[in-house]
Ligand binder design. Structure first.
Ligand code: KG4
Ligand code: ZN
Length: 345
């Protein structure tokens, strides 16, 4: 079964062709990050305008790369939430148009579910190699969720961020440290040169909960930067190279520790057999390394390119839904605040 997966929930215009939910025939991502860089963050209006002009060329490229035409496609899958309203609308409405003109089934996919199913694109086979339940940590610019995957397509939300998402915290910290956007990769790069010389930043914890909170950590960074005299920058003079590397390291360690602490607790509480990491922050090499050191059940982490937003993960998730039948969801709406699974009481 060949599925065309379309993803436009944030600032990447992406399309991919996936065979049987596991095999990537093509995976095209048109990144807008250069466009948003100059504003230090994502501007929603620019994001939707870019999706509008890029989506059809990206879909054509995905078909060309897969050496297919629309006749070879069995179904179209598109992210319908969560995400930026305007960005989602371009993807959903374009997918509806393609579905009607090509006469193909159409299915809407939850973006968070897509991040989880990235793990099926690497040949990991978490279901047969480890088995359910699986704890999934999805950490990106827009969300930080701990999800229990009880079986295929069956989820329970264990924890979420109460304020900033982990990626958002990286992006904000990078701004304080005078680094570029997106902040996560910049902070990771700087951390590699650090010598762990400054005292640690706090690791906020919510009592008796698997929820996260990162805004206090960001405030702690700002207060320390103010007392060290490099923030706000005066006459364009920001932190020294030493300060940038040491603060980057301290900040990254704090975020990584919070993510690992709650993931480990979730594994213990649910007696899970494996962990899946997804979302842009899962591309972080320190998180990947430390998670493997601290948690002693199998950890499945897709390559960085499949952790950040892409169409392949949408095509993969769709396959597992389509096994139960081919819908035609032409009445689908974009749902910007869509969640995954129900919260256990
Ligand atoms: O999943 P994603 O591509 O888009 C969203 O759905 O948000 O995630 C983007 C986020 C950004 O906040 C970026 O700073 C963060 O992921 N990110 C990283 C790394 N690469 C991307 N954070 C930490 N370390 C990285 N290597
Ligand atoms: Zn994402």
């Amino acid at each position: 079964m060949n599925v065309l997966g379309i993803e436009t929930s944030c600032d990447d215009t992406a399309a991919a062709v996936i065979t049987d939910g596991t095999s990537i025939r093509s995976n095209i991502v048109a990144s807008q990050s250069d466009m948003h860089k100059k504003y230090g963050g994502i501007i929603p209006e620019i994001a939707s305008r870019e999706h509008f002009t890029s989506l059809i060329p990206v879909v054509s490229e995905a078909l060309d790369k897969a050496e297919m035409t629309h006749r070879d496609i069995d179904a179209i899958a598109v992210t319908y939430g969560p995400g930026l309203a305007g960005s989602l609308l371009i993807g959903v409405n374009s997918a509806k148009g393609l579905s009607m003109s090509w006469d193909k089934p159409l299915i809407g996919i939850n973006h968070l579910e897509g991040h989880i199913y990235s793990a099926w694109l690497e040949g990991f086979e978490p279901d047969s190699k480890a088995g359910f339940p699986i704890v999934c940590l999805i950490a990106s610019g827009g969300h930080t969720d701990l999800v229990l995957m009880k079986d295929h397509l069956e989820y329970e939300l264990l924890g979420k961020t109460r304020d900033d998402a982990a990626g958002e915290a990286f992006d904000k910290a990078a701004r304080v440290l005078g680094l570029g956007f997106p902040g996560g990769p910049e902070i990771q790069k700087m951390s590699e040169k650090a010598q762990d010389k400054i005292s640690p930043l706090p690791r906020p914890q919510i009592k008796n909960s698997l929820d996260f909170s990162f805004s206090g950590l960001k405030t702690a960074l700002v207060r320390r930067a103010e007392s060290d005299g490099f923030y706000p920058a005066v006459d364009d003079k920001g932190p020294s190279v030493y300060q940038t590397t040491e603060y980057s390291f301290a900040f990254q360690e704090a975020i990584v520790d919070c993510l690992i602490r709650n993931t480990k607790q979730a594994v213990l509480e649910t007696n899970s057999k494996a962990v899946i990491l997804g979302g842009g922050v899962a591309a972080n090499s320190r998180l990947r390394k430390r998670m493997n050191e601290v948690i002693d059940i199998p950890i499945f982490v897709p390559r960085a390119q499949l952790c950040t937003d892409n169409g392949a993960m949408i095509g993969a998730a769709a396959f597992f839904h389509l096994k139960n039948g081919f819908p035609l969801q032409l009445d689908m709406d974009a749902v910007p605040n869509l969640r995954i699974g129900l919260t256990a009481e």
